[in-house]
Design a binder for this molecule. Structure first.
Ligand code: XMP
Length: 508
């Protein structure tokens, strides 16, 4: 899809917001990719973008070490949109002037337009983050809008420059600003779910060819399910071999339900029940990292063992997403390895399989749109994330069958109450944690000495930061009552009111 899809190219000069520009353009229906600011000119020409965006960045253009590139060369290929550092670079390179500003502008500000830009009103509330300012425009440039202090919107031949961030939600009419640029580029929106599916299917056929077979490890989560369904619909079920391992650390009835769903989707799936192996492997382990390592190792062993030697495999499919890819290609401080899914890491080399990552250029919301287009159930597409090591990192301390049983029952009550009260979709992730603490309780006339259960529910957009969800007291009271009344082994329920940071989402 990459080189063949025409779209908006984003050159990354190091801003934290670069990824967001790409997302916004895709949401508006324009395909978009992020590349390092140093992307070779020939490659850009080959890509033939409708337009090129120069992102913001932390540097000052007048410093010798700041990232640069020739604006004249770029504008010959396509119209340019410079955002913040991008606008300053354009001015600096074309004969204008950029200096340290007397007024730094961070946060909200107002722009007054002298000349109209698209559908944007004469005064616009925007979000800014800059210390440097343009003090002289390059020849042939005109000032469209300014803040109280500085030029904020400028236009030159095939160039638009913005000193603010149209991609952030706080900027009003941000989408209109982004659309004013696509109009300048005469780009037509075509990035929608049917087109995505068609384009991915074409790419899969080209990569896999007529005969090759693909192996898919299924986790029950959105990404692997969408990938497996997409591959099966494209290549046929005979060539797509799926394996779903029950590690005994799944939630209540999850193995059976998910397996049934897979079969309903028409996947050629082999279910492997290895709960015994995992439980005995975890015996005596209390350290979270030791649990994770043991599970990872066992997973590979069992996965390998469950493969049918008759399957003529050539590819291993993975649900790598675009944020991981961007992180690995980022021009400023990006890591060089793409995160591999922990559960199949190491397999491709050992089994001499080629990696197939059909959704590597997509964001999570796009994967969901594809899932919807393929007819996947909403409840599957909007499931809360669930960690690979499953309930093992939610039973604090040693994992036993008895503790898993208690946790499963409690978790089922918590999650079904969330769904019943229409709260599930408002929360990014919710679960229970079984603590290795016994406390005294009283039930009927008897004294109990059972375990403490913690409820965790957070809002987040990517799991990197999170905040605890402000349930009302009645909801908490009801969940607590239901759990302590129905689940034997729990004498006390507490709610975790810690954000991330300083805590993590999981307890282990
Ligand atoms: P933390 O606890 O690090 O979690 O704030 C962030 C997100 O990652 C999930 N998580 C994991 N996922 N293997 C996984 O596949 C793991 O070992 C693991 N640990 C945490 C967690 O559920 C949350 O969504």
């Amino acid at each position: 899809m990459a080189e063949k899809e025409r779209g908006i190219l984003i050159l990354d000069f190091g801003s934290q917001l670069t990824q967001l520009i790409t997302r916004r353009y895709r949401e508006l229906g324009f395909y978009s990719e992020v590349h390092p600011h140093s992307m070779p000119l020939e490659q850009i020409k080959k890509m033939n973008p409708y337009g090129i965006v120069l992102s913001g960045g932390p540097n000052s253009v007048y410093e010798a070490s700041s990232p640069r590139r020739s604006i004249r060369e770029l504008v010959e290929i396509a119209p340019l949109l410079g955002i913040c550092y991008g606008m300053q670079l354009i001015c600096h390179d074309l004969g204008g002037q950029v200096e340290k500003g007397a007024h730094r502008e961070y946060g909200f500000n107002f722009i007054n337009y002298k000349k109209a830009l698209g559908k944007i009103p004469a005064q616009q509330k925007v979000w800014m983050s800059h210390g440097d300012v343009v003090t002289k425009l390059p020849p042939e440039f005109e000032l469209l809008g300014e803040t109280e202090n500085h030029p904020a919107v400028i236009r030159g031949p095939r160039i638009l420059g913005l000193q603010f961030h149209p991609e952030v939600a706080h900027t009003e009419h941000g989408s209109d600003v982004l659309l004013a640029f696509t109009e300048m580029c005469q780009a037509k929106p075509s990035w929608n779910a049917p087109h995505m599916v068609e384009s991915l299917q074409k790419q899969i056929r080209e990569t896999v060819g007529e005969k090759s077979h693909v192996l898919c490890a299924l986790s029950g989560g959105v990404d692997s399910t969408v990938v497996a369904t997409l591959l099966t619909r494209t290549l046929g079920r005979e060539r797509v071999h799926c394996v779903f391992v029950n590690n005994g650390l799944l939630r209540k009835d999850e193995y059976e339900t998910v397996l049934k769903n897979y079969e309903g989707l028409g996947l050629n799936v082999k279910g492997v029940d290895a709960s015994r192996d995992f439980l005995s492997g975890l015996k005596g382990l209390t350290d979270p990292e030791a649990k994770r390592k043991t599970i990872g190792k066992l997973f590979i062993e069992i996965f390998e063992r469950s493969l049918d030697p008759q399957w003529p495999l050539d590819f291993l499919a993975q649900g790598t997403l675009y944020p991981d890819v961007i992180e690995s290609i980022s021009s400023v401080g990006g890591s060089v390895t793409i995160k591999s899914h922990h559960n199949v890491g190491g397999l491709p080399e050992k089994m001499k399989l080629k990696l197939l990552e059909p959704v590597r250029l997509l964001f999570k919301d796009e994967v969901r749109k594809i899932g919807q287009e393929l007819g996947l159930d909403k409840s599957l597409l909007w499931r809360h994330p669930f960690p690979g090591p499953g309930l093992s990192i939610r039973v604090i301390g040693e994992v036993t069958e008895e503790k898993l049983k208690i946790l499963r029952e409690a978790d089922d009550i918590f999650i079904s109450t969330l769904k019943e009260k229409d709260l599930y979709d408002k929360i990014w992730q919710a679960f229970c944690v079984l603590l290795p603490i016994h406390t005294v309780g009283v039930q009927g006339d008897g004294r109990t000495y059972d375990q403490v259960l913690a409820l965790r529910a957070v809002t987040s957009s990517d799991g990197m930061t999170a905040d605890w969800y402000p349930f009302n007291y009645d909801f908490l009271r009801e969940v607590s009552n239901r759990i302590t009344n129905r689940v034997r082994g729990i004498s006390r329920v507490v709610y975790d009111v810690t954000s991330k940071p300083p805590a993590t989402i999981e307890w282990e």
